[in-house]
Write a protein that binds this ligand. Sequence first.
Ligand SMILES: *Cc1c(COP(=O)(O)O)cnc(C)c1O
Length: 437
Amino acid sequence: MQLYSTKKQSEEVSFQQALFQGLPPDNGLYVPGNIPKLPQRFFDNIENLSLTEIALEVSDALIGDEISREDLKTCIETAVNFDAPVVKLTDRIFVQELFHGPTLAFKDFGARFMAQMMGYWLAKSPQSQTNPIHILVATSGDTGGAVAQGFYKVPGIQVVVLYPKGKVSPIQEKQFTTLGENVTAVAIEGTFDDCQKLVKQAFLDQDLQQAKALSSANSINISRLLPQSFYYFYAYSRLKHLQKKLVFTVPSGNLGNLCGGLLAQQMGLPIAGFVAATNRNNVFPTFLANGSFAPHPSFATLSNAMDVGNPSNFVRIIEWLGEDYQSFKDKIWGKYYSDKETVETIQQVFQKTDYTLDPHSAIGFRATEEFLTSQSEDTIGVFLSTAHPAKFVDVVEKAIGQSVDIPTRLQQAIDQPSKAITLSTDFEGFKSYLLGH
Ligand SMILES: *Cc1c(COP(=O)(O)O)cnc(C)c1O
C-alpha cells in the first residue's frame, strides 16, 4: 500500500513507514493512494466467513504487498480475538457491539491491530532493542486505555499517555494509569485539545526527533483506521440475508470510526449511507448542514470520548469526498444531541427493549431512529455501540434506575492503584520530561 499526505508536500510512503511515522513531515495526514476493490466472490460468500476471516481478506487486500498472508493471519488472530455481534433491537434498528475487547470499547480494534503490526516489524529490527520507540498518545478517554493495553509489554515500545486531568471518567483513567511496565500516564492540566496539541508539537520538534524515536497511536495513525473497516463488513455479512439497504450510524468524535466505514465502502461494501452522530461538540454535523467547518474548544459532555472540538480526521474525509459539502448530501447525514436527550434515550431504550446503552451508543440509537423516519421501509439501520455501559456506570445506572454488571476485566483494573505524573500545558515542560524519560 502506498500512502500520500493530505497536504501533498511529502513523499509517498509504504504502510510500514506510515505506521511508524504517524504524521507526514508536512503535518498533513496519510491516506491510501489506491484503495483496492474486493472481488465479487468475496461478497457472494461473506455470510460464511468469521470476523477474523473477513479481517484477513480485507487487510490482505490493503497491505498484502508488505507482509505475507501467513504472518498477517497471525497478527489478525492476536489483534481481533473477540467478537463484534450484531443484535436486533427493533424491526429496523440493529446494534453492533464493538465493546467485547479488553478495554470494552471499539478502540481495541485499532490499538490492537497497530500494536501487532508494530511488534511484527520491530521484531525484525535489532535497533529497537537499544532505542525503544516512544508512542505518544493523547486521549479524551478511551484511546489511552486501548493503546496502553494493546502495547502493554510489547518489546521495544514505551507508551506515554496524555490525558486531560479530571476530565476522563475514573474507570477510563484506571485502564491506562494502573499498568506500569512500559506504560506511563501523564495528566495534563488542560483539555483534550491541549493534549493533542502537545503531541503534535512533539512530533515537529527537532531536538526530540533527534533524541527519541517517536510515534503516534491516535486515530490519526493510518494503522488505527484500517482495522476499523473490518466490522462494517462483518455487520453486512450478518444482515445480508435481509436484502435491505444498510445505513450505519457512527457515534463520532475525531471521525476515525467513520473513516473506517468510508474505507469499507470504497473497497466495495454496499453501504447506502452513514449517519455521523455527535454530542454538542457538533462541528461535523454543522459542516454537513451549512458547509462551514468551524472548530471550537471542546465542551465537556456525558459522552466524553466524543468531546472533540476539532476533529482531526476531517481532512481525510475531505480528501475522499471533496471540499464541497453539497457532494456529501446523499452520503453522510449529521445529527447531534444534548446530554439531556442522551440520558432520556438510555432510559427509553431500556424501558422498551430491556437493552442497556452507554451514553455514546445512546446517541447512535437516537440518530438512527430519527434518520429512519425519513427513509422508506427497505432501509435498515445499524448503529455502532462504541463502549460497554459499565464504563459509564454512574450515568447509566441513574438513567435506568438499576445497577449495571461490571465485567471482571474491568473490575480488576478498578482495584489497582493509579500512577500518573501531572504537567501543565506548557510545551517546554513536556519536552524536558520526554527528554529525561
Ligand atoms: C473514540 C470514541 C468515539 C469516537 O470515535 P472517533 O473515531 O473519534 O470518531 C465514540 N465512542 C467511544 C466510546 C469512543 O471511545
